[in-house]
Design a protein around this ligand. Structure first.
Ligand code: GLC
Length: 550
């Protein structure tokens, strides 16, 4: 059982934690200026601790013009004053650690804001100078033409002309986010300095944002290049040289075969998101078949012993549909984003609960998969209470609205004037803060929040979920997803009904003949396994985790 209340000296801690993802801005405003802040986050640490998560991933909180919600960083080694002071950030890390909660921050190194001093210096410096060389410049926009455009809703090219420099600069994302030039060793050095700065303050790891795009080469799609992996190995060597028990988490929105390169031989990233799995969970539930999930896991190669997948249902971005086929994408759009306003870039800008039509059984089902599949689960703030979204806010802001604490003014998020809030809180009849909020869900013993606390507590009691192997059992009924997780002496059989209707299935479990499966939520014994097929019946979207005792 994972201990809470202290940080363990364990190099593989990231295999056992449960991650809670939040933006400081969205969580709790302690000083009434309309923005969440570090002091507010500290006040809400009790809530996070009681939820049971053991690691917090905080989205970018650095000085920024906030044109990409802080992923446009203007200074790597400071705090955006809207969120408090450096001392507040340090206090937060200390307070989290005191509760046994680790803290992961963002290392957004592919690009900076155009307001970063490095870019301002670069555009004013002569072409070819070391200062100009911090970014990627060209006299024409006809280079690296095989690189796709990622933000297709806003950008027409990966090149933008800078009137001061009188050259084009390269950017894989928004035009106000010039890409750093990792062919220049001084850039890697500068980035390492920022990394060490935060490690010295005590952060436990970094999400490496947009990591496949560090290096560009003509004639390639400029993604996953060997030179990019060489830079990553260099960062990892520097990390391991001076620090212990730290983490790199790769944001590489790629197919499994490309993503696993980001683990290297255990000498690049410790963790990487499983981007292709996520949309297939939604597909499986809508199509009422396990096939999309089983197929993608079959295509997922083994990863080095020290490495781990990060798995998630939703995050702060659109539900990305880049890692599906064209037909699957069409299906996902028609199933989950019928109204075109719900679409954004190559994806769907909605939160978990509205995607699943606020169906409690479906929300529980997908969380049941999240918490029992191989990898470390990530919960996006607000999804534990079933928060909704506002697709009319533009870009991805609809899934970044203020945390809903109570039915008080501004959802208890802030005492500011409504107009002063960084974003309007949700106020609609289905998901507004009057209906969906933490206070109410704590009063209600059968709320989603209470249920989430229970499943998180259960998951933490068994290392098998974070560390075990995965094997599918394939009953004839394809609406049933069944898999075995196995680690040391722990064996858990997970079975789930992906259908809206009651189902039964016959499972081939004869290898455990004579054993009695214990359903783990209630710790009730089911009937004994024998040589004949094991019959399980399911309520709509029902699922069970069975402990198969030695
Ligand atoms: C990552 C972030 C996203 C951001 C982009 C560009 O994909 O998750 O929010 O817009 O990088 O920085």
């Amino acid at each position: 059982m994972t201990q809470s209340g202290e940080i363990q000296d364990d190099p593989f801690w990231y295999k056992d934690v449960i991650i809670y993802q939040l933006h400081v801005k969205t969580f709790y405003d302690s000083n009434g200026d309309g923005y969440g802040d570090f002091a507010g986050l500290i006040e809400k640490l009790d809530y996070i601790e009681e939820l049971g998560v053991t690691c917090i991933w905080i989205l970018p909180f650095y000085p920024s013009p906030l044109r990409d919600d802080g992923y446009d960083i203007a200074d790597y080694v400071n705090i955006n004053p809207l969120y408090g002071s450096m001392q507040d950030a340090k206090n937060f890390i200390k307070e989290a650690h005191r509760r046994g909660i680790r803290v992961i921050t963002e290392l957004v190194i592919n690009h900076t804001s155009d307001q970063h001093a490095w870019f301002q210096r670069a555009r004013h410096a002569p072409a070819g100078s070391p200062e100009r060389d911090f970014y990627v410049w060209s006299d024409t926009a006809e280079k690296f033409e095989d690189a796709r455009i990622i933000f297709i809703d806003t950008e027409a090219s990966n090149w933008t002309f800078d009137s001061v420099a009188k050259q084009y600069y390269w950017h894989r994302f928004f035009a106000h986010q010039p890409d750093l030039n990792f062919d220049n060793p001084a850039v890697t050095e500068a980035v390492l300095e920022a990394m060490r700065y935060w490690l010295d303050i005590g952060v436990d790891g970094f999400r490496l944002d947009a990591i496949p795009y560090l290096i560009e080469r003509d004639g390639t799609n400029c993604e996953n290049l060997p030179e990019t992996h060489a830079i990553l190995k260099q960062l990892r060597t520097a990390l391991d040289a001076d620090y212990k028990n730290k983490l790199f988490l790769a944001e590489a929105n790629q197919w499994p075969a490309d993503v696993i390169q980001y683990f290297g031989d255990g000498d690049e990233c410790h963790m990487a998101y499983h981007f292709p799995l996520m949309p297939r969970i939604f597909m499986a539930v809508h199509q009422q078949t396990r096939l999309p999930i089983v197929e993608i896991m079959r295509q997922t190669p083994a990863i080095p012993e020290s490495c781990q997948w990060a798995i998630f249902l939703r995050n702060h971005d659109e539900l990305t549909l880049e890692m599906v086929t064209d037909e699957e994408r069409d299906y996902m759009y028609s199933a989950y984003a019928e109204n075109p306003i719900m679409r954004c870039n190559v994806g769907i800008r909605r939160r978990l609960a509205p995607l699943l039509e606020n169906s409690r059984p479906r929300i529980e089902l997908v969380n049941g998969l999240l918490f029992s599949f191989p990898g470390t689960p990530i919960v996006y703030y607000g999804d534990e209470i079933g928060m909704g979204d506002n697709v009319y806010l533009g870009d991805r802001n609809g899934v970044r609205t203020p945390m809903q604490w109570s039915s008080d003014r501004n959802g208890g998020f802030s005492k500011a004037q409504f107009a002063q809030l960084y974003s309007p809180p949700l106020m609609d009849a289905v998901s507004g803060y009057q209906v969906v909020n933490v206070e109410g869900q704590l009063m209600d013993k059968s709320s989603l929040l209470r249920w989430m606390r229970r499943i998180i507590r259960l998951r933490k009691q068994y290392k098998v979920f974070g560390r075990g192997t995965l094997e599918f059992i394939e009953p004839a009924n394809r609406k049933i997803l069944a898999y075995v997780r196995q680690y040391e002496s722990q064996t858990v059989l997970c079975v789930a009904n992906l259908s809206w209707s009651p189902q039964s299935a016959e499972l081939e479990l004869s290898r455990w003949a004579g054993k009695t499966p214990i359903e783990m939520f209630g710790m009730e014994a089911f009937h004994e396994i024998d040589e004949t097929p094991y019959v399980v019946t399911f309520a709509p979207y029902g699922f069970y985790w069975f402990l198969i005792e030695k």
